[in-house]
Write a protein that binds this ligand. Structure first.
Ligand code: PRX
Length: 649
């Protein structure tokens, strides 16, 4: 029997009760449409506290260099913390910290204000001031958020480097930003075991990072770490006697707030620069409307790490600016058991949960009995980010975690966009599994062909943004030219995001994945050339090509094809052992997240006559498909040689 289409809803509308209380209304779209930039000015005035009100909304006289609210002044930390205390909400919990081993701590807004002020005073005493860069290499502990806010408070620019990155990756980011201070921890916990961070900082600074004057170290797990006299100081020692009084520095709306490095299409990561007023406006607006935040009653939990942009916008800034109570969790979802996420939801009564499709797919694999053991009735809204969510995972999330009652928001955005750009509005948009759906009010998104012409529905093309938006990146740190070329080179006056997309018959946007040399593994952005250069830095590797192949759990997985050096070939080592050594090498050079799932040793790589590697053919092999058109290869037998060599193993 053919299923009745009416019985298989394509979309999921929020319940009437939800819609009746929702922050978002359909009128937001019309208002944004009618008012243009003034819409954002209203949001900026309503959602933020300004020391000096702005009079100019947007200066786009020198595209693509946007200036939003540029004659206004404010302080991000004041907005995130102090003003809630001033408004009488000092006793509200700002942060619930849950450590991986099960220890916990909570900070009210009043306590957070004291901690941020103490850290701000301590950093200033170490010689850090407005405009200085501070590298933050920390686990997911409250001090990471406190550090970011303390930097914002004094006008220093934080540059958070994901704690999983290697010493080399850390050093190159410290050097590019010329950081004066590094804030780190002795270590953390991962899957029940203590890990270390400080030794990577030492290794990074041993070979360079000459701009660094001090390293502040949080004692998290008590691991023995080396200290360099005069340079290294303990967090608890420098903050212990620091004053809880600190006057926030008055920042211009366009003063930099942070740099965050992200992988691009070349080996060198890009330092994405975000400024203060516009960034906070869009962060707060989206957090309020897309998550339907009710600060008095909600408990919000975003499972991201502060090392990524999600942890910046939707942990360190937006929730606090909006006065929310949020949970931060140090560890992995399976430690000490596979129900850890749901235990946390139950323990804190989490009502809004923001996570990644990879996490959802992993938990799907573990089985629905596990979440079934916990009380998830506090949840009322679910969100996903980082990669497309396949409809099966969406439906599982909706049914098993959301009990069929929670709207799901699939939010598309990027490090560069600073905040969400495309997402359903809960209570307004009926959700369609797998599609990020509608540009948010005030955001002008389009799908275009390679000449930049807008495409009709149901046609694959490139995702672009047509108009400047408040939280857009302002430049690539120290490299305006690269900023212009990377994002505005292709379609002139439109920002090109690097993603393919199409609109369906209803006009809803479906993200089709990256169209450049960027891979997306578990929602982490990895650069093809960056991994290739790590591979060829191994003495046994002569040449390497990397592709992102479809993976059921992680979205994509890294497959590396390598040609061995003559010496390695002569040594005739066990291939599996050598492949494992090469994988580990990439883990050390970049990060464990960049480790190829498979390293395949091949006799040749498919190249065109001009020497360009045809990665698309390698992708066919990695995805176990018949190999496509080889007619442009210099040597058309290469693919056969590769297939044969792999088949033989
Ligand atoms: O390819 C898109 C994918 O993640 C990329 C941005 O990665 P990053 O800068 O690390 O930021 C991730 C968190 C905002 C995008 O170019 N992406 C992000 N969200 C989605 C997505 N792909 C599909 N659907 C999404 N909701």
């Amino acid at each position: 029997m053919t299923p009745d289409p009416a019985a298989q809803p394509k979309t999921f509308a929020a319940s009437e009760e939800f819609a009746a209380q929702a922050n978002a209304t359909a009128e937001l779209y019309t208002r944004a449409e009618e008012q243009g930039e003034e819409f954002w000015a209203d949001q900026a005035r309503e959602l933020l506290t300004w020391s000096t009100p702005f009079t100019e909304v947007l200066d786009w006289s020198n595209p693509p260099f946007a200036k939003w609210f540029q004659d206004g002044t404010l302080n991000a930390a004041y907005n995130a913390v102090d003003r809630h205390v001033a408004a009488g909400n000092g006793d509200r919990v700002a942060l619930y910290f849950e450590g991986e081993p099960g220890d916990s701590a909570s900070y009210t807004y009043a306590q957070l204000k004291d901690e941020v002020s103490k850290a701000a005073n301590a950093f200033e005493a170490l010689g850090v001031g407005k405009g200085d860069r501070v590298a933050v290499y920390m686990p997911m502990i409250a001090e990471a958020v406190i550090t970011m806010l303390a930097c914002a408070r004094i006008g220093a620019i934080h540059s958070v480097v994901f704690g999983g990155f290697s010493a080399d990756a850390l050093r190159s980011r410290i050097e590019d930003g010329e950081a004066k201070l590094v804030v780190t921890a002795d270590g953390s916990y991962r899957r029940g075991k203590p890990t270390t961070l400080k030794p990577a900082v030492d290794a990074a600074l041993e070979k360079g990072g000459d701009s660094v004057q001090h390293v502040v170290v949080v004692k998290r797990n008590g691991e023995d770490v080396a200290f360099q006299d005069g340079r290294d100081v303990w967090w608890h020692e420098v903050t212990e006697n620091a004053s809880t009084e600190h006057t926030p520095s008055e920042q211009n709306a366009e003063d930099p707030l942070f740099i965050l490095y992200t992988s691009g299409t070349t080996g060198k990561p890009k330092g994405i620069l975000h400024t203060t007023g516009g960034y906070l406006t869009q962060a707060a607006f989206t957090h309020k409307n897309v998550f339907d935040l009710k600060p008095e009653t909600d408990v919000y939990w975003c499972t991201a790490d502060v090392g990524w942009v999600t942890g910046h916008t939707y942990i360190a800034y937006a929730p606090l600016v909006n006065g929310a109570t949020q949970v931060i969790y140090e560890g992995t979802p399976d430690s000490p058991h596979r129900g850890r996420f749901w235990e946390i939801v139950q323990k804190y009564g989490v009502s809004i949960l923001y996570t990644s499709p990879t996490a959802i797919r992993t938990m799907m694999k573990w089985g629905e009995e596990i979440p079934g053991e916990w009380d998830l009735s506090s949840l009322r809204l679910l969100g996903t980010v980082g990669e497309a969510i396949n409809p099966e995972a969406w439906t599982w999330f909706h049914r098993v975690i959301g009990g069929g009652r929670c709207p799901i928001v699939d939010t598309w955005w990027q490090t560069e966009t600073g905040a969400m750009m495309i997402s359903p509005l809960p209570g307004v948009t009926a959700a369609k599994p797998g599609s990020a759906q509608v540009p948010l009010p005030g955001i002008a998104v389009d799908v275009v062909d390679d000449a930049g012409t807008s495409l009709p529905n149901e046609t694959d093309g490139f995702l672009v943004v047509r108009k400047p938006w408040p939280s857009m990146l302002r430049t690539i740190w120290g490299d305006d030219e690269r900023f212009v070329n990377t994002y505005w080179g292709q379609f002139g006056d439109k920002y090109f995001a690097g993603d393919g997309a199409k609109r369906d018959a209803d006009g809803d946007v479906w993200i089709l994945g990256r169209v450049d040399d960027v891979m997306n593994v578990s929602g982490h952005r990895l650069s093809t050339p960056e991994i290739e250069s790590a591979l060829v830095s191994h003495p046994s590797v002569a040449e390497a090509a990397v592709v992102g192949a479809k993976d059921e759990t992680t979205g994509q997985a890294v497959f590396a094809f390598v040609i061995l050096s003559d010496q390695a070939t002569a040594e005739n080592r066990d291939a599996a052992e050598l492949a494992e050594e090469i994988r580990a090498h990439v883990g050390r050079e970049i990060s464990p997240i960049a480790k190829p799932k498979k390293v395949l040793i091949v006799p040749e790589l498919p190249k065109t006559r001009s020497g360009k590697i045809m990665r698309r053919l390698l992708k066919d092999v990695a995805e176990d498909r018949p190999v496509g058109d080889v007619s442009t290869l210099a040597d058309q037998t290469v693919m056969q040689q590769i297939v044969d060599s792999l088949g033989a193993k």
